[in-house]
Design a protein around this ligand. Structure first.
Ligand code: PYC
Length: 330
């Protein structure tokens, strides 16, 4: 099969959630890329098989940006849901993304496609309950948070030892306070290097999610810069960029661990600061099965309503080639 090409023009709405960029494809042509039967997760997998080059066309250089997460909307399979969505970045797909879900709610509100209130969203990770509070404010009740390993000691290839937890809340995380770095903007290159060393150590130990998923997000915790908040984080994402926001799924996984440790009561608010100072407010509740269900609230702002152009003679209409490929970029 020949590689799919993007249409000559494609409508998108861009936003940032506390600095972390999201690109929502709102062009009706894109729903056709996810057409067919099956769950959003199954249709995402078919998109990956048949249309993957479109992913980099949308979010990699020169049209996208490092750290950008793209979202394509599609009709849900789950009758409870109003929308379905898939998430992706320059290097692959995300089963769920918190900052992009907040960006999605604000974008749908901006377009007049929703009114303030809640709707159910089918994601590859499961059903997420999204609330647009009006203006820039939105929240999502995530899929349950689960810790699968506690106090995991890793020896990194730079000789450093760290101890942390493996947890999930739509994505997989290694979460640690014991990393030996100062969590502040001046340390971002060191924190990035520490995050990669932890990822290599996880891989070397064969540690993964419970269905073999790569633990591809690393959360390094530190004290907050603002005493109104409870903690600060640096989150290394799979494409090597750091999350400019406090990471919606990472905050979900963290509050799940805190609740299990007895450090956060159900309903109490945890204010999670990002390395850049943006704040998410998170709470947890226990559902009828005892699962820990996190809710995260944050803010997003529209940055552009654009028609992306993919000229037929543009050598980079599918984005710059990936890292490691000839002429490639990160
Ligand atoms: O907010 O969940 C999140 C997220 C994941 C990767 C980047 N942001």
């Amino acid at each position: 099969m020949s590689a799919p090409l993007p249409p000559l023009g494609l409508q998108v709405v861009d936003s940032h959630t506390l600095g972390e960029p999201t690109r929502i494809v709102v062009d009706p042509v894109a729903a056709g890329w996810l057409a067919g039967s099956g769950t959003i997760r199954q249709r995402r997998d078919t998109f990956r098989r048949d249309h993957d080059p479109l992913r980099r066309a949308l979010v990699a250089d020169p049209r996208g940006a490092e750290a950008m997460v793209g979202v394509i909307l599609a009709p849900p399979a789950d009758p409870r849901c109003r929308f379905g969505a898939i998430y992706f970045n320059r290097v692959g797909y995300l089963d769920m993304c918190g900052h992009a879900t907040i960006g999605l709610a604000v974008t749908l509100g901006h377009l007049g496609w929703i009114q303030p209130g809640r709707f159910d969203l089918e994601t590859p990770a499961g059903v997420v309950v999204v609330t647009w509070h009006g203006g820039a404010s939105a929240s999502f009740e995530n899929v349950p948070a689960r810790r699968t390993a506690r106090g995991v000691r890793l020896r990194c290839d730079d000789g450093h030892e760290v101890t942390g937890d493996i947890a999930t809340a739509g994505l997989w995380f290694f979460i640690t306070s014991d990393h030996g770095e100062v969590v502040e903007p001046a340390s971002i290159p060191r924190l990035t290097a520490r995050g990669w060393a932890i990822r290599r150590a996880l891989e070397a130990r064969g540690l993964s999610g419970d269905a073999g998923e790569v633990i591809d997000h690393v959360v390094l915790l530190g004290p907050p810069a603002d005493r109104a908040n409870q903690g600060c984080n640096f989150v290394l994402c799979p494409d090597g960029a750091f999350d400019r926001s406090p990471c919606g799924t990472g905050t979900s996984a963290l509050v799940g661990c805190l609740h299990e440790d007895g450090a956060l009561a159900a309903g109490a608010v945890w204010r999670q600061e990002s390395i850049l100072g943006g704040v998410y407010e998170a709470t947890v509740r226990r559902d009828a099965d005892g699962a820990i269900v996190p809710t995260v609230r944050g803010s997003a702002w529209i940055t552009g309503e654009t028609v992306l152009r993919f000229g037929a003679d543009d050598p980079y209409r599918l984005g710059l080639p990936p890292r490691g490929a000839p002429g490639g970029s990160p």
